[in-house]
Design a protein around this ligand. Structure first.
Ligand code: NAD
Length: 272
């Protein structure tokens, strides 16, 4: 059901690789809620061509941009305003990549070149996006920016290796930039800490399937799906949450505040 929550709003949505991507679902929902937006992804991701289907279905333009390049991001924000006919109201940062995770390098033996690349793609890109938007004054007053994160930024998940540190940095950038952008332009910046989700990025993590089931067994409401996450992002882009900023918001069916569940105890043969 649509509520016209984003009627008249203009956005930029990064990270829609295929139909499993969280960003893909956000784009579909934003379209349903009346927004117009530009889709963006790394030039290399365009080769798969999947994003064209989403652009067609949502009447959107695509602007390739490597999120580590200030030049690309400057072009993205400049062109988006031209295409959409005004300043931007919402931005989704849905970008993550760790070569250490992909190559299954243990945390105690991290490759530092990969580590730096991970920081650049997954955390600094958020600062760069915000800095470019700020410099160009490309976001409307009361605009909303959301980046996606994971709870390993707060608690240790051994298999999440360098991305745990990188997500901690991402969440810190939301607070730090959120202060400055809030004072100057009333722009809101938050991170959404999402449940394990079966996407290309998610499935790349060692033991992801088992961990997905584990989290699902702990969370009183079960794991939040990509579609649930998209709905939550839409509320954060809407005017209904205009005083929410500089927060890390858990979207995980209650997982983060549950110590143990009876279902998990029962798996150990203990009556819960
Ligand atoms: N899947 C999960 O379990 C999960 C859980 C919590 C948070 N997240 C976060 O959600 C976000 C989206 O991931 P997803 O799960 O939808 O997976 P995904 O693989 O569909 O999306 C990741 C996106 O990052 C893009 N990307 C990589 N390098 C880039 C670059 N240099 N410039 C621009 N874009 C680049 C990819 O092309 C891809 O579209 C990530 O930040 C991820 O860490 C995922």
């Amino acid at each position: 059901m649509a509520y016209n929550l984003l009627k008249g709003k203009r956005g930029i949505i990064s990270g829609a690789l295929d139909e499993n991507s969280i960003a893909w679902k956000v784009a579909e929902k934003a379209h349903e809620e009346g927004a117009t937006f530009v889709l963006t992804n790394a030039p290399i991701a365009m080769r798969m061509g999947e994003i064209n289907k989403l652009a067609e279905a949502t009447g959107s333009s695509i602007i390739p941009a490597d999120a580590t390049s200030v030049e690309d991001l400057t072009n993205l924000f400049t062109q988006s305003q031209e295409i959409l006919g005004g300043k931007i109201d919402f931005v989704l940062h849905s970008i993550g990549m760790s070569i250490n995770i992909r190559k299954k390098v243990p945390y105690t033996e991290l490759n530092y070149e990969y580590y730096q690349k991970g920081i650049d793609v997954s955390a600094l890109s958020f600062h760069k996006m915000l800095a470019v938007a700020h410099k160009l004054d490309a976001i409307n007053d009361w605009g909303s920016v959301v980046a996606l994160t994971y709870m390993a930024a707060q608690r240790t998940y051994p298999f999440y290796t360098d991305m745990a540190d990188i997500k901690a940095m991402l969440e810190s950038i939301a607070r730090s930039f959120g202060y400055h952008y809030g004072v100057q332009k009333k722009v809101r910046i938050n991170t959404v800490s999402q449940s394990p989700t079966k996407t290309t990025a998610g499935n790349g993590i060692k033991g992801f399937g088992d961990f997905f089931d584990y989290a699902d067994t702990i969370a009183p409401l079960g794991n939040a799906s990509a579609e649930d996450c998209a709905n939550y992002c839409i509320t954060l882009f809407s005017d209904l949450t205009r005083m929410v900023t500089m927060q890390n918001l858990f979207h995980d069916g209650g997982y983060s505040t549950t110590g143990v569940s009876t279902s998990v105890l029962q798996k150990f043969g203990i009556e819960g």
